[in-house]
Write a protein that binds this ligand. Structure first.
Ligand SMILES: [Zn+2]
Length: 316
């Protein structure tokens, strides 16, 4: 193999390694993004977040509430009047009125909390889509977002009416559920799985309302999804390859083989006698030792990949 062909093969091998490394880090980064969003959905209790009551309703009139904690955000809108038949023609699930009361008492109970703010807030478009149509298709709803450090997934919880064909039946009670979700799983399924492996999940709330309802949203928020993947991918790169390349550089500086740590010298030939990687101390112009020349054909064959690509030291 000529010098040019050798260095071309080495270059191809190196760029292939870079691509594989980047793909691996991107995959691990995406996996970590998913795992952190899932953990935030299951373990971050959004009903304990400081509340911003942007629209402070009364006993029946609408509320608009924002809740935010690291890894989680929820915007809640509800109007208790929409639960009652005296205000709406739509039939509500049997327990909807008590859930409506629970929403109202959560909101009114937070007014006196010193952490509660009353900043103006825009009703998110996704939430407006279920709140604003006439006739009403929901008595309330929440847009839930999860992800860390950036929010990466969102899903909707909808306070549904009984004639909503998408409203499911609760497998435990056999009764219609109060809420239906869009782009979100129920966190109870995850709780059951965690229970089976002995991890303590927060479990069902004492009072079911639009703040305590726990879901795992899965509609991607692409900006946050890509940003988190880049962040976690970089961390994986440092963990997996930064540490290894630092160790390699330190070994080389101390006259050792970067790959295996064998003590090298210029007269040992082009390759490390221990692992066969390039000997960085060898001078290309100096004649190789006789021992090296004798064994060169065999060791070159042994060191070549199936397509004749030489195994060279990574990062050299
Ligand atoms: Zn070596």
């Amino acid at each position: 193999m000529t010098d040019t062909a050798d260095s071309t093969a080495r270059g191809t091998g190196r760029s292939r390694r870079v691509v594989v490394t980047l793909l691996m880090c991107a995959f691990l980064g995406a996996l970590t993004t998913l795992a952190t969003a899932l953990a935030a959905a299951v373990f971050v209790r959004i009903d304990r977040a400081p509340a911003n009551i942007a629209l402070d309703g009364d006993h029946v009139k609408p509320f608009l509430i924002g809740l935010e904690r690291p890894g989680a955000s929820r915007v809640v809108w509800f109007a208790k009047e929409r639960v009652y038949s005296s205000y709406t023609d739509r039939p509500t699930p049997a327990n909807a009125s008590s859930v409506g009361v629970a929403c109202w008492s959560f909101a009114s109970g937070r007014r006196g909390d010193p952490a509660t703010t009353t900043e103006p807030m825009k009703l998110p478009e996704r939430l407006a889509e279920v709140i604003e149509p006439e006739p009403h298709v929901a008595w309330g709803g929440a847009l839930d977002r999860r992800g860390f450090p950036f929010l990466a997934f969102e899903g909707l919880i909808v306070g549904a009416y009984l004639d909503d064909p998408r409203l499911e039946t609760d497998p435990d009670s056999g009764l219609p559920k109060i809420f239906r979700s869009e782009h979100a799983f129920s966190a109870r399924e995850i709780d059951r799985l965690l229970d089976q492996v002995g991890i303590d999940a927060p479990g069902p709330p004492d009072r079911q309302n639009l703040m305590t309802e726990r879901v795992v949203p899965y509609r991607p928020l692409w900006g946050g999804l890509v940003a988190n993947t880049l962040i976690y991918g970089s961390i994986w790169w440092v963990l997996l390859f930064g540490v290894a390349s630092t160790r390699r550089a330190l070994r080389r500086r101390h006259g050792r083989c970067g790959s295996c740590g064998y003590r090298l010298s210029p007269d040992l030939g082009e390759r490390c006698p221990e692992c066969g990687r390039a000997n960085h101390l060898a001078t290309p112009t100096s004649p190789a030792s006789p021992a090296r020349q004798e064994g060169s054909v065999m060791s070159d064959a042994a060191l070549s990949g199936p397509d004749g690509e030489k195994l060279t030291e990574p990062g050299s």
